[in-house]
Ligand binder design. Structure first.
Ligand code: ACO
Length: 476
């Protein structure tokens, strides 16, 4: 684990699944919520390791608050009061810019150094060596599978790829031009009605069943959503094929007896799936945890997470990148476009910037490499030159340099997906398929974390204080 990390790897607990597999879960409390020590003088306190001394200038009181894993507990601040009946101090952190909401042993990111690890393994190594189902297993269960564990896991996923015929009928009810992501997230939510046992979230075996079902059925739903949007019959899964190969089969098979996926494209899709499998506490994962904290079934929570992913600032960004590249139209218009972005006249430079990465997104580096392999098969995407020129100019421009804005995972992924024949509307769906592993792992971790409760932030109330109701005829 790199120095300075906030990973919960130390002190992690292990849990054993019903089939004997073991995985790491969130570690226990490392310190109890300590009542801050009141030091009722203004004299400097002795410097102690791992505490923060706070002076409340309203009262002159000093407090020592424990620091653990580079954080203080917000609840420790509650003891800082002006009067005994005071509610106590809170933190104000709109959009969670500096608030850790959980302890997690799944994904580690060092945004300044551009490091991304799943359960300790660098993303570059997984993209090179692993395949998607193995990476999903690692994310869900904490360790790389042995040969027999992988075989068992693959078999379980393969067994569950079929959708209930009524799910098909449900999907047929959508308008002919419905956005596939709208179809996708509604259908995932509807799955809770097909699997009512999913509400037994305290039952390990039930959770495992839903994990298998979700991991296996989400690509089938995604493919059906696409086929529906182009008015073609749905293709049943072909379980002889790899995870990505079967997905391509369900999307693109026409009248041939057996669909043969192009091995380069199937591998590229596997790699893209690996890169998107988890990304710690992003908007959609936080949504998954927040909805799941109410103890609803995982299908309902995953529908909410997918809805969060749909937005253009999150999983919708690669769709926005392609629209932006088309709008720019030619390499010669790039400087003019950058000028407008900097002046705040147009949109942002989509596919650039990240809440966590303040250097090159390591996923974008891997994607840039596989782009060449894909374009060798499909022919170059004509928008690539515009993207390369945008990146070249932006990486030298003071505006982007000072704000540490670099290409993120979405800058090049859309170009690859488009070259592979996916319409832009499918892009957020292509993101949701692999991220399902991360969402489910984070949901499981949240449920097993004894510190977690129903998610419920505080607010600073800015409305009027109590006032009397005014009858309608007396209002001006
Ligand atoms: N183009 C131009 N300026 C930008 C961009 C961008 N893409 N991103 C950030 N900035 C500017 C902001 O205007 C702000 O400038 P200011 O300090 O002068 O006000 C500064 O950089 C800091 O940006 P914030 O908005 O504070 O950064 P935040 O962490 O809130 O947002 C986000 C991160 C949403 C990803 C943002 O960079 C963005 O909108 N990027 C474009 C959309 C995108 O590509 N999203 C995909 C993210 S990856 C993913 O979800 C898988």
């Amino acid at each position: 684990m790199p120095a300075g990390g906030r990973s919960a790897a130390n002190g992690a607990k292990y849990k054993t699944w019903p089939d004997g597999q073991t995985n790491r879960i969130a570690p226990p409390l490392t310190h109890q919520i300590v009542t801050p020590t009141l030091t009722p003088t203004l004299t400097p306190t002795t410097t102690m390791a791992d505490t923060l001394t706070i002076t409340d200038n309203r009262t002159g009181q000093k407090y020592d608050v424990p620091i653990t894993d580079g954080t203080i507990r917000a609840m420790d601040l509650r003891k800082i009061k002006v009067t005994p009946d005071d509610f106590g101090l809170m933190t104000y952190d709109p959009a969670f810019l500096n608030t850790a909401n959980c302890r997690s042993a799944i994904t580690y990111i060092d945004g300044d150094k551009g490091i991304l690890l799943y359960r300790g393994y660098p993303i570059e190594q997984l993209a090179e060596e692993s395949d998607y189902l193995e990476t999903a297993y690692l994310i869900l269960f904490g360790e790389l599978p042995t040969a027999s564990q992988l075989q068992n896991w693959t078999q379980q996923i393969t067994l569950h790829t079929m959708l209930h015929e009524n799910i098909k009928k449900f999907m047929e009810g959508f308008q002919y031009d419905a956005h596939p992501m709208g179809i996708f997230l509604s259908t995932v939510g509807a799955m809770s009605t097909f699997y009512p046992d999913a509400k037994h979230i305290v039952d390990k075996q039930s959770r495992m069943r839903q994990t298998h079902r979700l991991r296996a059925k989400v690509p089938s739903i995604a493919a059906y959503a696409y086929r529906h949007s182009i008015g073609r019959p749905y293709n049943y899964p072909d379980n002889d094929l790899s995870f990505a190969g079967n997905f391509l089969n369900m999307l693109f098979k026409m009248t041939e007896v057996k669909y043969q996926p192009n091995p380069v494209l199937a591998r590229a899709l596997e790699v893209l799936f690996i890169l998107h499998a988890d990304h710690e506490q992003n908007c959609s994962t936080t949504t998954m945890r927040t909805i799941g904290s109410s103890q609803v079934d995982p299908y309902s929570a995953l529908a909410g997470a997918s809805a969060a992913l749909y937005g253009p600032l999150h999983g919708g960004a690669n769709e926005a990148v392609l629209r932006m590249l088309r709008e720019i139209g030619s390499v010669t218009k790039v400087p003019e476009f950058i000028k407008k972005v900097k002046a705040g006249e147009g949109s942002k430079l989509m596919g650039f910037g990240h809440r966590v990465y303040k250097s090159y997104d390591p996923r974008a580096k891997v994607i840039k490499k596989i782009a060449d392999l894909v374009f060798a098969v499909t022919g170059k995407n004509p928008l690539l030159d515009i993207a390369l020129e945008l990146e070249r100019i932006a990486l030298q421009d003071e505006y982007f340099v000072t704000r540490k804005l670099y290409p993120n995972v979405d800058f090049y992924s859309g170009l690859i997906y488009q070259a592979m024949g996916f319409p832009v509307e499918m892009f957020p769906v292509l993101f949701a398929i692999p991220r399902t592993a991360g969402w489910v792992a984070q949901w499981e971790e949240m449920l097993l974390d004894s510190e977690q409760k129903i998610s419920r932030p505080r607010q600073i109330y800015t409305g009027p204080m109590q006032r009397d109701y005014v009858p309608r005829d007396k209002r001006s």
